[in-house]
Structure formats: C-alpha cells, structure tokens
Design a protein. Structure first.
Length: 316
C-alpha cells in the first residue's frame, strides 16, 4: 500500500509497488476518465523553490484530473521563505492546509528534511543535484511503454552526469532491474559521482563503462538518455560555457544508432539535441513528458488513497 507514504528517492518503493503504479498509469492512459474523482476534496501543495515547467504542471494537471485541487508557489520570493522562514516551519504550516506536498528545492536532502517535519506525504520533485524520483517513474514508464519491458537493456546516459539528478535517480532505479548495462558519456569534469558507481552500481554488480565520446558507443545502445548541462549548479560561468555544448545530438550522430533505440530527455532541452532530431521516430522525449502526467496521476491517487475499484484493479 502506498497510502500515506513519502517518496524521497528511488528505493522508497519496491519493484512491485512501482509495477502497480505503471499498470495504473497505463489504465489511466487507456481510459482518461478512470480515477477521475478519486481525489475529490483533496488538496495538493506544490512548493517550488526552483524553476519547473513539466514537473509542476504535470503534478497540477494530474491532481486536477483526479478531481482534487492545488495550491502553492512557483517562486519562493512570493512565500515567507523570502522573510527568512525555515523550511521546517514552512512545511509544518503547509501540513495544516494540504493533504500532500510536492517540493522542489536547490538543497540536497531538503525533501528528506521536509518529510521529517510534515504530517502529510512529501514527494520529492528534485533536491539539488541529488534525486528526482518522479522523473524516474516517468522514465521507467516510458521505457516500459516503448520497449515493452524494463530489463535486458543497454542504457547510455549523456551530458551532465555529475549534477544531473534525473541521471542519479534513474541509474539507481535501473540497477534493480534484470540485465541492465549502463554507459556513461560525459566530459571528465561531469562524470557520474563516485557514490553512484561504488555505492550502487558496483554493489549491485551492474556492468557499466565510462567514455567521453558519444559516437563511439551510440551503436550499442537501446536507450539514449540525453541531459542538459546544469548551469545553476556550476560554481563559475566560464566552466559552464566551456562544457555546455560538449554533446549535440544531430542526424549525423544518429546514423550508427539502432533502429530500435529510443532517445529520452527529461527536458528542458537547451542545445544538446538538434531540432532536426525531433522528426526521428526514435525521439521520444515529448511522449515521455506526457507519461509524466499519467504516472503522477497514478502516484497521487495511490498516495492519497485510491477508491475500491482501482484498488481491486491494482491487486490483479
Ligand atoms: C529536470 C530537473 O529538474 O532535474 N527536469 C525535469 O524535471 N523534467 C532536468 C533538468 O532540469 O535538466
């Protein structure tokens, strides 16, 4: 049962619990009216201390489509945080007004801290360069939909693997699925952190390699996960400017790629995928954004307590 649970990082939910969410999201995609009123009377607080388009709007769209309501802020300057209020006090207060909190914050660990002070479920919508578990649910649902299954895949992560929280969360989650191989493609300065390699991949016995050249490995991949260089997490602008265009996926670079490879990107894209690639049938990032809403509907309905009919469906 996911009712009343927090989601701070991948690993908080079991594979079986995630599988039920994917099935529920697929049911919602098939029949958008399914669960339509399951959150009637419930209130979702979206507290965004960092910019967002897809994550915040897909959560709000999800809640509205489930019959619930939303409140919150997209601009911390408009909340009492600007007056110096602590996160703990903000969370305690919001717990009085809402039934669940979705929070994005630039500090690693902020969501975990919030969950300690909240009396309602907290969903991490990104904590600094650490984790982003609902993007991972979105990515996994997309892989499942487009590849039929999550398993026996070579997944390439390309771009800013140091600061990219979506990469950290997806690599962690994928390490629990069978026969996954990972290829990390980045400039040396933006390599995936050691805690992911030694603390997760090596512990789980995951086969992985690192390279700085996309062209060398693109032909081996089943999934190519492109990412933006995370400007806001750099200490100086010069480094950002030097590294920002390290990889630009274009038609020519796609030539050696498999016909069945899918291209994912959590978005926003800046320069790392040329617009011409959007016409390629393997470009799946806008589908991915849509799956983000279905999986968040499934997640909110489950965390806030699904009605009996859906619960029965989920037990199947
Ligand atoms: C990502 C994020 O916020 O980490 N975006 C998203 O939620 N879809 C990726 C990014 O900002 O580069």
């Amino acid at each position: 049962m996911l009712t009343g649970r927090h989601l701070i990082e991948p690993g908080n939910f079991t594979l079986d619990e995630m599988d039920r969410l994917f099935k529920l999201a697929e049911q919602i995609e098939e029949d958008p009216a399914y669960l339509r009123d399951s959150c009637r009377g419930k209130v979702l607080a979206t507290l965004f201390f960092e910019p967002s388009t897809r994550t915040r709007l897909s959560f709000e769209a999800a809640m509205l489509r489930l019959g619930g309501s939303c409140l919150g802020f997209a601009e911390p300057g408009s909340s009492s945080v600007a007056k110096g209020e602590s996160l703990a006090d903000t969370i305690r207060t919001v717990s009085c007004y809402a039934d669940a909190i979705v929070m994005r914050n630039p500090k690693e660990g902020a969501a975990l801290l919030a969950s300690r002070y909240a009396e309602i479920p907290v969903i991490n919508a990104g904590d600094g360069g650490h984790h982003h578990p609902t993007q991972t649910l979105t990515d996994l649902l997309t892989i499942r939909q487009l590849r039929g299954d999550i398993g026996n895949l070579t997944v390439g992560f390309c771009g800013d693997l140091k600061f990219g929280r979506t990469v950290h969360s997806l690599a962690k989650a994928l390490s629990c699925y069978p026969h996954i191989r990972m290829v990390f493609i980045s400039p040396p300065e933006l390599k995936v952190p050691a805690y992911i390699k030694t603390g997760i991949l090596e512990k789980e016995g995951i086969e992985y390699r690192e390279t700085d050249t996309l062209e060398k490995v693109i032909g081996d991949l089943d999934v190519l996960y492109m990412t933006r260089v995370q400007r806001e997490r750099f200490f100086n602008e010069e480094d950002y400017i030097r590294l920002k265009d390290s990889y630009i996926l274009n038609r020519e670079k796609m030539e050696p790629a498999r016909k069945t490879m899918i291209i994912l990107h959590p978005l926003p894209r800046v320069n790392e995928i040329a617009l011409e690639v959007d016409q390629d049938p393997r470009a799946s990032y806008f589908k991915q954004a849509k799956y983000g809403m279905y999986i968040r509907m499934a997640l909110l309905a489950s965390i806030l307590g699904v009605p009996d009919g859906a619960a029965l469906y989920m037990q199947k």
